[in-house]
Design a protein around this ligand. Structure first.
Ligand code: ADP
Ligand code: ADP
Ligand code: ZN
Length: 219
C-alpha cells in the first residue's frame, strides 16, 4: 500500500470526502490545511487571525506560514506511518517545501491523486456543502445528506456551512486554483507520481477507484 498520499483537486472536488476513506483503509491521519487554519481561527491564535483575512477573500494564505504549520503537523507521531494530505500543497513553492521536509525525514510522497471534476459541478457541490463543527466530516444536502438534518452521523456534532462557500468567494477560489494550484499537476506528472481519477461520479465509485490505486503495489 502507498501511505504518503497527496490529494489534489479544485475546491469541492471531494478531497476531504476521499481522504476519510483513506484514513479508514490505510490508518493514516487526514491532514487538511484548511482544517488546521480553521482550528487556529476557533482558538483565536495569531495565525488564525492572519489566515482569516485571506480565507474570507478566497485567497491563499502566504506560503511561509502555511508551510511552517503543515511541517509542524507532519512531524507529529501519528504522521510517521504516512498521511492523506488534503489542500496542501497548493503552490509550487509548497510542493518543493514538502519534498524537502520529507527528504529530511527519509521519506517522500508516494502518490498524488488528482480528483478531476468539471467546474459547473464544483459550484453545485460547494453550494450544498455542510461540515461537522466537531469532527469536520463533510456532507451534502443532496449528494451525501446526514441521517438527521443539521446533525453529524459520526459524532452528533452540529453541521455548519462555510462562509467562503458563498458563490462570489467560490469563484475567486476557483480562479486561484487555476492559476496557482493547477501547475502542480505538471510538477507531479514529471515525477511520475500523478494518478488521475474521474471525480464526477458518485462518491462510492470514486472511493473504489482511489482505494484501488493506493493498493496497487501489494503489501
Ligand atoms: P474538497 O475537500 O475537495 O473541497 P469535499 O470532500 O468537502 O471537497 O466535497 C465537497 C462537497 O461535495 C461536499 O458537500 C461533499 O459531500 C460533496 N461530494 C464530495 N464528493 C462527491 C461526489 N463524488 N459526488 C457528489 N458530491 C460529492
Ligand atoms: P477546499 O476544501 O474547499 O478546497 P480548504 O478548506 O482546503 O478548501 O481551504 C480553505 C481556505 O484555506 C483556502 O481558500 C485558503 O484561503 C486557505 N488554505 C487552505 N490550504 C491552503 C494552502 N495550502 N495554502 C494557502 N492557503 C490555504
Ligand atoms: Zn462529526
Amino acid at each position: 500500500m502507498y501511505r504518503h498520499i497527496v490529494l489534489l483537486g479544485a475546491p469541492g472536488a471531494g478531497k476531504g470526502t476521499q481522504a476519510d476513506a483513506l484514513v479508514k483503509t490505510l490508518g493514516v491521519p487526514h491532514i487538511a490545511s484548511g482544517d488546521l487554519f480553521r482550528d487556529h481561527q476557533s482558538r483565536g491564535t495569531e495565525l488564525g487571525v492572519l489566515a482569516r483575512s485571506y480565507m474570507e477573500r478566497g485567497e491563499l494564505v502566504p506560503d511561509d506560514v502555511t508551510i511552517r504549520m503543515v511541517e509542524e503537523r507532519l512531524t507529529r507521531e501519528d504522521a510517521r506511518v504516512g498521511f492523506a494530505l488534503d489542500g496542501f500543497p497548493r503552490t509550487l513553492e509548497q510542493a518543493r517545501a514538502l519534498d524537502r521536509v520529507l527528504v529530511r525525514q527519509g521519506r517522500c510522497v508516494d502518490m498524488v491523486i488528482y480528483i478531476r471534476v468539471p467546474e459547473e459541478e464544483l459550484e453545485r457541490r460547494l453550494g450544498g456543502r455542510w461540515l461537522c463543527g466537531t469532527c469536520q466530516a463533510p456532507y451534502h444536502v443532496v449528494f451525501s445528506p446526514p441521517r438527521r438534518v443539521g446533525v453529524c452521523d459520526r459524532c452528533g456534532g452540529e453541521l455548519f456551512q462555510r462562509a467562503d462557500d458563498a458563490p462570489e468567494t467560490v469563484r475567486q477560489r476557483l480562479s486561484v486554483y487555476l492559476g496557482q494550484t493547477l501547475p502542480l499537476i505538471q510538477y507531479y506528472k514529471g515525477m511520475g507520481k500523478l494518478v488521475e481519477v474521474d471525480g464526477s461520479r458518485p462518491i462510492e465509485e470514486v472511493t473504489r477507484d482511489v482505494l484501488a490505486r493506493v493498493s496497487q503495489n501489494g503489501d
